[in-house]
Design a protein around this ligand. Structure first.
Ligand code: ADP
Ligand code: MG
Ligand code: MG
Length: 882
């Protein structure tokens, strides 16, 4: 059977994106809807894969089908390739089944040559236009197909403009352009030792090959890597009749969004360039104006565009990003796709569309990627603070960020390792700058509009971005920028606010994020369906309040060691660690207990009516001591200053530090091992918890505290600690003449605990899985070392599919968890089970937890909205399966 490699627009539809690419499939869909799309056809991704298989050759069978489609195109357009009076011109466009905006190449005006350019000039009675199109075509074709450096053409153009004292391209006359074309052809001759191809058919085949090739250009490959996309899909190629936005003032080109992709407002939004051709808008080389210009110059076309945008939105049931061209007042659609959007807008779209009856609540919940919510939880500039505004540009992607100015994307990437936050400052960005944008906390460009590359990519990445900030002049060679008569250098600190477009000097106080009303609505829908309880992992009363605000149903993990790290308390904590005997240690602990109690009181008050699970101290004690090198230096200094008392004290301290030194702290003297060897510490903590809860109870404030014992590997550890904790509790209850129920559970974070869960469960009222440590112990990875050294390599070379500290390793770590749950529930069917750490707000891991019977997940306050949505999606996914 003859395989079909070429589809006319009338033969395709939106569901065929694997074969036709998204662009081709949607063009076919729009064509079938009867919308004004210039006719054309699409060569499949299959043909592209075949092209690569055959050593980058277009197979004759494929070429034959292209010829047939061309004949069809000539027929429906009434134009002909090479026709001296009525030439057919086409664009050759790339498009794969995954979204890779602007990564691959497109060629416009193909079909022009020395003869057809005359025909086009006569036909349009506009020689200037025809010549300008030809010049653009030679330049684009030479760049994309012949691989000639664009710079050579630009240089030629600049020289001509200088010679003729011309500022703007639009001032070039037909004579100038004729000269320029002659020079351009000369460049081609010099560079490829051949004439610029004149036969449109030859041009077409070469262009198609070049678009196939662009699937594997460097920036496409980088983009796929960043977005974790497969490399073997290939691109489709769409060949489409040209329409012209550069025919004069009643023509133009633009991009429209059926709703505002930034704020989410339900109003047509977009940008338009009068008398321009495609690339001019997207490249950000000319800053386009709002759609109002179109409304004024061609009101009919504007109305039609509004209508078409609604039609497309209703048809696709999602907000559309539409590329269009106006040719002499007539609207043509060149592309539609689901619009990229800010997180705020995405949520507003979803909630509004439910209210409009366009989609269901379930669809709304499934549409938002939970991890996207984190970008919504952006910091903003503190409105109370009055800071001097250096410059204002277009607010292209919301949120605020402070960082040092870096001009070069490579440098921005290098700065990643220093931990210094970077704002990438460029005149405009292109696909080649992506790595630098990923490495920066914010992006500022002096040119480009709201749909420029920088704006689109920043919104996608969820990074604050300002574009078109033309008050800034950048001097790349000096690594300087000038604003308002000021000179700023690379490394200078600035703050940008992508929500208002304002640039500030230095750092400006930022305030924590707030949820929009739509986000609250969406999350309330999430609560209606989710099965997992979502709790907060908090260390302080402040964090407890934030967690509550974001919808935490209690505290799943309170790490008490953070209470020990308060600078005011560190001396007492050290006293406790350095104590020579039990009695001395108790003296220090007596000073600590009111402090711990105060923290618990604060957290309990914030969490009235909820469960608060408190973990007894976990990290190795040396974490609270100064490090040995600093101490040694200080001893030297004290000795030189003849300060012998200080010297002796510090030497004593150093001895203790050395004594506590561990080769492998992750597996060191920590967790319940501390509680067993220094029982006074756990006693103090237990007492503080019980006293705080009982005192609040007296005031009528009820909480449900729980105590959790960390790092248990053997049942006897838990047994020992449990007995000890129970004894302290009974003492406190006796003293207060009152009691409350305080369940005692285990933090399951070692493989041995999982495997002996049938024993552990006898002494445990509940389990919480510590994903981070369990992953470390299971892989034998120390996380800090792994992420700093080999893990990146492992991910690059796909030795591991994902970072197991971010996405739970279901086959290994997950299997241990499953085993622990099974063995535990076999003895105690009602055993409460939780999971905490980063995994508990990662959607795949959350689904896994839900499916193996976990009851609650606990995460950091700002991740709670993410966890709530992920839990809702997990519940919906499970319901779908049933
Ligand atoms: P990209 O994937 O980079 O957006 P496109 O294939 O969409 O590349 O082409 C970029 C721009 O070129 C389009 O937005 C459109 O303005 C212009 N263009 C493409 N094809 C045509 C055409 N047939 N007629 C007029 N302009 C076109
Ligand atoms: Mg496009
Ligand atoms: Mg741990």
């Amino acid at each position: 059977m003859n395989r079909k490699y070429v589809y006319l627009f009338s033969e395709g539809n939106a569901s065929m994106n694997h074969l036709l690419g998204r662009k081709g499939a949607n063009l076919a869909e729009m064509f079938s809807l009867g919308l004004p799309v210039p006719p054309g056809f699409t060569i499949t991704t299959d043909a592209c894969r075949r092209y690569y298989k055959e050593g980058k050759k277009i197979h004759p069978k494929v070429e034959k089908q292209i010829d047939d489609a061309l004949i069809y195109l000539e027929k429906v357009t009434g134009k002909e390739f090479s026709h001296p009076k009525n030439p057919l011109l086409v664009s050759v466009r790339s498009g794969s089944s995954v979204s890779m905006p602007g990564m691959m190449d497109t060629i416009l005006n193909l079909g022009l040559n020395d003869k057809t350019v005359q025909g086009l000039a006569e036909q349009t009675e506009n020689p200037r236009f025809a010549l300008d199109s030809y010049r653009r075509f030679i330049q684009m074709f030479s760049d994309v197909v012949l691989g000639i450096d664009l710079y050579l053409f630009e240089q030629e153009l600049d020289q001509l403009k200088e010679k003729e004292k011309i500022k703007r391209d639009s001032e070039l006359t037909a004579d100038h352009l004729t000269d320029l074309i002659r020079q351009y052809k000369k460049i081609v001759r010099q560079e490829v030792k051949d004439e610029f191809p004149q036969d449109p058919k030859v041009q077409l085949i070469l262009a198609i090959g070049a678009v196939f090739d662009s699937w594997n250009n460097q920036r496409s490959m980088i983009y796929r890597k960043i977005h974790n996309l497969p490399d073997d899909l290939g691109t489709a190629v769409t060949v489409q009749m040209m329409v012209f936005g550069n025919l004069g003032d009643s023509s133009g080109t633009g991009v429209a969004f059926s709703r505002n992709p930034l704020s989410g407002e339900n109003q047509l939004f977009g940008e338009y360039l009068v008398n321009a051709q495609g690339e001019d808008v997207v490249a950000g080389t000319r800053t386009p104006e709002s759609l109002c210009i179109l409304k004024e110059s061609s009101p009919k076309a504007y109305d039609k565009l509004t209508e078409v945008a609604k039609t497309l939105e209703n048809h696709y049931r999602d907000v559309q990003d539409i590329e269009f061209t106006i040719e002499n007042g007539r609207l043509f659609l060149l592309q539609t796709r689901v619009a990229k959007r800010s997180a705020v807008a995405g949520i507003k779209f979803a909630v509004d569309m439910v209210n409009e009856g366009l989609i269901s609540k379930k669809e709304a919940l499934m549409r938002i990627d939970p991890s996207n919510l984190s970008t919504l939880l952006h910091q903003t500039i503190d409105p109370e603070v009055k800071a001097d505004v250096l410059a204002t540009g277009l607010p292209a992607s919301p949120g605020a960020a402070t960082g040092i100015i870096i001009f070069d994307p490579e440098e921005a990437e290098r700065m990643l390792w220093t931990g210094q936050d970077v704002i990438l400052v460029r005149s405009e960005t292109s696909a080649d700058d992506i790595h630098g944008m990923v490495a920066s906390v914010g992006i500022l460009t002096s040119r480009g509009g709201m749909t420029s590359h920088a704006a689109v990519v920043a919104r996608d990445l969820g990074k604050p971005c300002i574009v078109g900030c033309d008050e800034i002049t950048i001097n790349l060679s000096q690594k300087e920028l000038y604003i308002q008569g000021k000179t700023l250098r690379e490394g200078d600190l600035i703050t940008i606010c992508g929500s208002s477009g304002k640039v500030f000097l230095g750092s400006v106080p930022l305030v924590p994020p707030q949820l929009t009303p739509e986000c609250h609505t969406l999350l309330s829908w999430a609560n209606e369906v989710k099965k997992l309880a979502v709790l907060g992992s908090v260390n302080t009363p402040e964090e407890a309040k934030t967690a509550k605000l974001f919808g935490a149903e209690g505290v799943g993990l309170c790490r008490t060691e953070h209470m020990f790290m308060d600078p005011a308390r560190v001396p007492i904590v050290r006293e406790m660690i350095l104590a020579q005997n039990k009695w001395e240690r108790k003296k220090a602990l007596d000073k600590l207990i009111p402090m711990q109690k105060k923290d618990f009181l604060g957290i309990f008050q914030a969490m009235e009516g909820c469960t608060v699970t408190i973990r007894l101290i976990d990290p190795p004690l040396h974490e609270f001591l100064p490090n040995a090198e600093t101490l040694t230096m200080e001893i030297e200094r004290a000795k030189m200053a003849k300060n012998y008392q200080e010297m002796e004290e510090k030497e004593e301290l150093l001895k203790k530090v050395k004594g506590l030194h561990e080769l492998n702290p992750a597996f060191g003297h920590r967790g319940c091992r501390i509680g067993i060897t220094y029982p006074e510490i756990y006693d103090m903590q237990t007492r503080a918890i019980a006293e705080a809860a009982l005192e609040l109870k007296k005031e009528g404030i009820i909480v449900y505290p729980e105590i959790i014992v960390p790092l248990v590997s053997h049942i006897n550890e838990l047994k020992t600690v449990r007995e000890q904790v129970e004894e302290v509790l009974s003492h406190v209850f006796l003293e207060y003449g009152d009691r409350i129920d305080i369940p005692i559970g285990t933090f399951i974070e070692l493989p041995r605990a999982c495997m002996t869960s049938h024993q552990i469960v006898e002494y445990s009222d509940f389990y919480t899985f510590g994903g981070n440590d369990l992953t470390q112990a299971t892989f034998g990875f120390s996380r800090d070392d792994a992420e700093g050294k080999y893990l990146a390599y492992y991910l690059d070379y796909k030795i591991l599919p994902e970072n197991p500290f971010v996405v739970l390793d279901q086959e290994g770590v997950g299997e241990l968890i499953r085993t622990a749950i099974e063995k535990g529930r076999a003895r105690k069917p009602q055993l409460k089970i939780g999971a905490c750490g980063e995994h508990s707000s990662e959607k795949k891991s959350v689904l896994f937890f839900q499916n193996i019977g976990v009851n609650f997940i606990s995460c950091r306050p700002y991740r709670i909205p993410i966890a709530r949505l992920a839990a809702a999606q997990a519940a919906l996914a499970a319901a779908e399966k049933d």
